[in-house]
Design a protein around this ligand. Structure first.
Ligand code: FAD
Ligand code: SF4
Ligand code: SF4
Length: 408
């Protein structure tokens, strides 16, 4: 077990560590023999993040002894190649897969390794060509009728086994309903970590570590997570966070591609669930994720009726209606319209933010949009800074003017 100590003779009682601890695990207590207080750590609250070590750099009064069994037992040098799990539903590859192939290509080029895709399903082998034309060098295919519909047990059993055999260094999966459930099960089977809902992925210069960036502490900070001592490094990413890979008509001459058909013993497949039928959720009327134009309203609308203006605007330019969480929480518009960390992630060609300040939790859901237009009274707010075009003014004056122009 990891341990954390405060060296009382070195501690000056400055309190910087207590301020830096994101888990409120450090308190300052009086010590009778001295005027200065002493830092005390509650080990039950501490997750050994190391933030207090930085805060106490000057006095070196904090010691963390980390339990690093994994470091001693795992030869991470054996692991290579970047994998993308090619999720399919009813025989169609999920759109997020093409986005992961794009990012996966970039990562594998930086690491000088192959980009591989793993495809599972029934009568699915043909799709491997599509994955190759979108950047994969190698595709592992499991094609069998027992894999027709996604089920956690057989899928995670097969993928975990393939990972043990082939030892990839990075595995990317879509943060879809399937991906969220599947990735966690695979990670648990192979004793790997998993960074869910990443909004940025890169390779750390000088090491081969995957830099996995995601919102943390309720979205108040963007944390970059490293899996230094374990492999594979597993991450999930939501649809529309990255751009889609371009389809290549012709393969580069120097690129060798390979499709590996995998067989398996069906008798060894364990499955604790039975697939009955697929029932589509028809309650989601707004398909924000696929819209090319989104007009979103924020608290700047001032009242629920403000969304009537947003709707008229959206209709006039053929867009869908989005919203900030502040308006959803206020009951002005249903949750299905919410854009952001706890809503939809979108990347339309045009995103128009009306009366939205642009807090990080909103930005992570729309910052990959091709063009952003902000209409806001406050020229200094984050959304106006991020916008391609920032229109300073009262939305109740600006939007009717734009609609009038559009009607001409
Ligand atoms: C864990 C967590 C998850 C979250 N998830 C999300 C999420 O998914 N999506 C999300 O949106 N938020 C999310 N939030 C909330 C987020 O932090 C902000 O509170 C929220 O985005 C603010 O919404 P807003 O920009 O509409 O409101 P405000 O921040 O209040 O901004 C209103 C803006 O309107 C402008 N304005 C006012 N009147 C006018 C006018 N007449 N004309 C033009 N401009 C005007 C103001 O200048 C201001 O910039 C989350 C928060 C947490 C803690
Ligand atoms: S930062 Fe270091 S010196 Fe300051 S209170 Fe914390 S442990 Fe003591
Ligand atoms: S290691 Fe992290 S969680 Fe633990 S006391 Fe230090 S700052 Fe707090």
């Amino acid at each position: 077990m990891s341990k954390i100590y405060i060296l009382s003779e070195k501690c000056t009682g400055c309190g910087l560590c207590a301020k830096s601890c994101p888990f409120s695990a450090i308190t300052m207590t009086a010590r009778p023999e001295r005027k200065a207080k002493l830092a005390v750590v509650d080990e039950l609250k501490c997750n050994f993040c190391g933030a207090c070590l930085d805060a106490c750099k000057k006095y070196q009064a904090i010691v963390i002894e980390k339990d690093d069994i994994g470091h001693r037992t795992l030869d991470i040098g054996q692991y290579k190649n970047v994998w993308v799990y090619a999720e399919q539903r009813h025989g169609e590859i999920s759109p997020v897969v093409y986005e992961l192939l794009n990012k996966g290509r970039e990562l594998s080029d930086k690491l000088s390794v192959k980009l591989c895709a793993v495809l599972m399903g029934d009568k699915i082998s043909d799709k491997s060509k599509d994955l190759i034309s979108h950047g994969a060098d190698k595709v592992y295919v499991y094609d069998d009728e027992i894999l027709k519909e996604f089920q956690d047990d057989p899928y995670s059993g097969l993928l975990a086994q393939l990972i043990e055999e082939e030892k990839p260094e990075i595995i990317l999966m879509g943060a879809t309903n399937i991906g969220r459930s599947f990735a966690a099960r695979v990670a648990a089977k192979i004793h790997a970590g998993l960074t869910a809902d990443c909004t940025g992925l890169d390779i750390e210069p000088g090491t081969r570590n995957l830099m996995q960036t995601r919102p943390a502490f309720g979205g108040n900070i963007m944390a970059t997570i490293l899996t230094k001592n374990h492999r594979p490094q597993m991450a999930t990413v939501r649809h529309k966070v990255f751009k889609k890979a371009e389809k290549r008509v012709r393969q580069p001459a120097d690129r060798e591609v390979e499709v590996i058909k995998k067989t398996f013993d069906k008798n060894k497949i364990k499955n604790r669930t039975k697939y009955l039928k697929f029932v589509a959720d028809l309650s989601q009327k707004v398909n924000l994720a696929e819209a090319d134009i989104i007009v979103s309203g924020g608290r700047g609308l001032g009242k629920p009726e403000g969304f009537e203006l947003i709707e008229t605007f959206a209709k006039a330019i053929g867009g869908a209606v989005g919203a900030s969480r502040a308006t959803v929480d206020a009951g002005w518009i249903p949750y299905s319209h919410q854009v952001g960390q706890t809503g939809r992630t979108v990347a339309p060609k045009l995103y128009i933010a009306c009366g939205i300040s642009g807090q990080i939790q909103h930005l992570v859901g729309m910052q990959s949009s091709d063009m952003i237009v902000a209409i806001n009274k406050d020229p200094e707010c984050p959304m106006m800074k991020l916008a391609t075009y920032a229109i300073e003014g009262d939305l109740y004056k600006v939007i009717p003017e734009i609609i009038k122009e559009l009607k001409k």
